[in-house]
Ligand binder design. Structure first.
Ligand code: TYD
Length: 145
């Protein structure tokens, strides 16, 4: 996958990506290779699990981080917000990922019981890369574009 001329901070740059799926009567297999199926080198993987029904996660943006979000099991929604437009994605297949470019606010909700949300990230954890204040995010995002 190639992010091409897409810009950071724009919802149009965020896309669903279809991951390879090796179908087999013994069970299906999906794999992800950095700089191929996702448009960055993968430096970190983390996952959300045991999320109570009704809980919300996210509620932040990242300055530099690229991510791909995958529903490994069950389903949940990701709402992307660039300060002007909001788009809701329902993720419910382990061979489908949502690429989120830097400078996009995201909220995750509507988790099904037993769902697992895996995130592939382009950088190691750095709290300094977060916007946790929406107004600050919108101000900086508008200034940057
Ligand atoms: P946060 O990114 O706010 O979670 P979410 O977006 O899923 O709601 O992170 C929650 C806590 O976990 C916060 O204290 C930071 C910590 N954390 C790490 O230590 N390492 C990580 O890789 C991540 C993603 C979070």
């Amino acid at each position: 996958m190639n992010s091409g001329t897409s810009k950071i901070g724009e919802i149009a740059s965020c896309k669903l990506v279809r991951l390879p799926k090796i179908s087999d009567p013994r069970g299906n297999l999906t794999y992800v290779e950095g700089n191929d199926h996702v448009p960055f080198e993968i430096q970190r993987v983390y996952y959300l699990y045991d999320v109570p029904v009704g809980a919300e996660r996210g509620g932040h943006a990242h300055k530099e981080l690229h991510q791909v979000i995958i529903a490994m099991s069950g389903s949940f929604d990701v709402v992307l917000d660039d300060g002007q437009t909001k788009q809701r994605y329902h993720l419910d297949r382990p061979y489908r990922g949502l690429y989120v470019c830097p400078m996009i606010w995201r909220e995750l909700d509507n988790f099904s019981t037993g769902s697992v949300c895996m995130v592939l990230a382009s950088e190691r954890y750095d709290e300094g890369d977060y916007y946790r204040d929406y107004e600050e995010y919108v101000r900086d995002r508008d200034a940057a574009l």
